[in-house]
Design a protein. Structure first.
Length: 331
């Protein structure tokens, strides 16, 4: 008989990893337009940390988790195209994926093609669709480009490096340790800079013989600003898409003129998958490059759902590489 409870991680106040508490909630019926999904694995993302600490405010109490892969367990009214037992995934659920069951709007779900492992899918949807829009939409990377990916051994970073290589680009990756440098080389980075030991701006200037880059992908934020601007050639594009070390401080637009008539964008995935059609297109592109073996998804650690706090502590302390996922215990 199906259990009437849903074990769920809840945040009742902002703070450190310890505010992630395991609770039991009554299992609800999915509302019209929604499906209840039994979660097989949920992805842990840096955005979950920003929400936990309060950098990105959320209404409390809050169930974190925007990304998961699971099996359709119940179908609400007015939902077409899905049936119980379908393997599905989301990266735009909004919240609620750190749980055994999550209700997700049908237009935020995609069906998982055959041959994909649910843990791999949970580790690739949000990060991989981010890589898609950054490399294929924000700036269309080509074989003529040399580009910089910060935190190249991280979750998004690993997928960015491999996808950019598949597009023929020359890739410079920064990393914070010797072990991650080895990993970044294995992923295909043409040049790896350990920015904990080396001035990455000088290194990029040397690699590009002073010319600078057309585009820099920066998810690190405070610690790599304004250095990232100094890596760009005139009219280059600064893509600031994250704040792992803290937010980029406020600055005058005149700085962009001073550094070479630069462009800047601060994009977010959710604007690139606003409609179901956009979501399907971006997800299909991702499934395709993974299926072709051009991009490999490395889930470096799995944690029981109850250990969500440990997963956050590891991600925050730079102890992880690739993707990490939470797995609800099977009962
Ligand atoms: N805008 C969007 O649409 C979007 C979507 C998804 C993700 N993101 C952003 O992409 C970034 C990567 O996300 P992820 O979940 O894949 O995480 P991740 O890259 O696996 O982890 C963050 C990495 O950032 C580096 N880092 C540098 N300084 C740090 C510091 N002071 N504290 C912590 N980490 C530091 C670390 O790598 P090293 O040790 O090698 O320095 C760390 O492993 C995050 O900034 C996230 O917000 C943005």
């Amino acid at each position: 008989m199906r259990q009437p409870y849903n074990r769920t991680i809840v945040i009742s106040q902002n703070g450190g990893p310890e505010v992630l508490q395991l609770t039991e909630q009554r299992l609800s019926k999915p509302r019209a337009g929604e499906l209840r999904v039994k979660v097989l694995a949920s992805g842990v993302n840096f955005v979950d940390i920003y929400q936990r600490t309060g950098l990105y405010p959320v209404a409390l109490p809050y169930v974190p988790g925007r990304e998961m892969c699971g099996v359709v367990d119940a179908v609400g009214k007015d939902v077409g195209g899905f049936a119980e037992g379908d393997l599905v995934a989301t990266a735009t659920a909004g919240s609620g994926c750190y749980a055994e069951y999550v209700d997700v709007a049908a237009d935020k779900l995609v069906k998982v093609p055959r041959g994909f492992d649910p843990h791999q899918v949970a580790g690739m949807m949000l990060k991989g669709m981010t890589a898609q829009y950054l490399l294929r939409q924000v700036y269309r990377v080509s074989a003529d480009d040399t580009l910089l990916v910060h935190a190249a051994a991280g979750g998004v970073g690993q997928l960015m490096v491999q996808w950019a290589k598949a597009l023929g680009a020359t890739v410079i990756g920064t990393v914070g340790s010797a072990a991650k440098a080895k990993l970044a080389r294995e992923l295909g980075c043409d040049h790896v800079i350990d920015y904990s030991r080396t001035d990455f701006v000088k290194a990029v200037k040397k690699i590009t013989q002073g010319e600078g880059l057309p585009v820099v992908y920066d998810s690190v934020g405070a610690a790599t600003f304004p250095g990232s601007l100094d890596c760009l050639r005139p009219f280059g594009l600064f893509v600031s898409y994250g704040n792992a070390s803290g937010p980029v401080p406020p600055f005058s637009p005149a700085l962009l003129a001073e550094k070479g008539s630069l462009f800047m964008t601060r994009p977010t995935l959710f604007d690139f998958v606003r409609t179901p059609e956009q979501l399907q297109a971006v997800a299909s592109d991702l499934f395709k490059v993974v299926k072709q073996g051009k991009v490999k998804v490395r889930v470096s650690a799995t944690y029981p759902l109850a250990d969500a706090a440990r997963a956050h502590a590891d991600l925050e302390a730079r102890r992880t590489s690739g993707s990490i996922v939470l797995v609800p215990e099977q009962v």
